[in-house]
Design a protein around this ligand. Structure first.
Ligand SMILES: [Zn+2]
Length: 225
């Protein structure tokens, strides 16, 4: 088998994986209409696989996923890529350890983004998954690399795989597209719980030392190895 065939096989399986992961966004009610998307880096290549723009979730297939280079230009695909492709390409260019990016306007998390308020670390689940508060990134307009820059600058200063972009919505990252989807699901869940907690009083912060040990245990020990 030649190297070119290997890359083609990888892209074929990533088209299926990225397509299938969009079903998790609808399953957990993180998206409406055609908003929201998942992308994956093609390992070892300057390429990513992403949702086509404006295609409804029911109509997504592995074949209509779009392959782009890391400047957001289409390399293979019959559709225009998601309007968030440039932002996600920027993330892949600047964070080499990242293998997947997800964007949603999920309701509760986006309500925190509308107030430009970080989600405080008041649940063990926030410490586990996010290692502290979920930070807010700057207000940024679609059309240049300001969204991508805002995501990267905010995430570099945090252990969180999620950023609430002010007045906009959620971007999450992960070692894989699946990990980034998980972070998006968890982000919405804790945004909702902390919102509910605040209706009845002031949630109690977790001590920083406990946040560190919870995060360390969850990232390094928990689960199937
Ligand atoms: Zn958006």
């Amino acid at each position: 088998m030649t190297a070119v065939t290997d890359v083609q096989d990888t892209i074929t399986s990533l088209r299926r994986e990225v397509c299938d992961l969009h079903a998790e966004l609808t399953r957990y009610q993180l998206v409406v209409w055609t908003a929201g998307n998942v992308s994956a880096r093609v390992p070892g290549q300057e390429l990513l696989v992403i949702k086509p723009s404006g295609v409804s979730y029911d109509a997504l297939t592995p074949q209509n996923m779009v392959v782009c280079d890391l400047d957001g230009r289409v390399v293979d695909g019959d559709h225009a890529p998601s309007s968030d492709t440039e932002a996600q390409a920027y993330v892949y260019r600047h964070l080499p350890e990242i293998g997947g990016v997800v964007h949603t306007h999920s309701t509760y998390a986006t309500a925190w983004a509308a107030r430009a308020e970080p989600i405080p670390c008041v649940l063990t689940m926030v410490a586990d998954e996010f290692g502290g508060e979920i930070p807010v990134g700057p207000f940024a307009i679609i059309g240049d690399d300001s969204i991508g820059r805002g995501i990267v600058e905010t995430l570099r200063g945090s252990r969180s795989p999620a950023v609430l972009m002010q007045n906009h919505g959620v971007f999450t990252v992960g070692a894989s597209a699946r990990a980034a989807v998980k972070a998006a699901v968890m982000c919405e869940d804790v945004a909702r719980t902390v919102h509910l907690a605040r209706q009845l009083g002031e949630p109690v912060p977790i001590e920083p030392a406990h946040v560190d040990s919870l995060h360390d245990r969850y990232q390094n020990v928990y689960g199937q190895r």
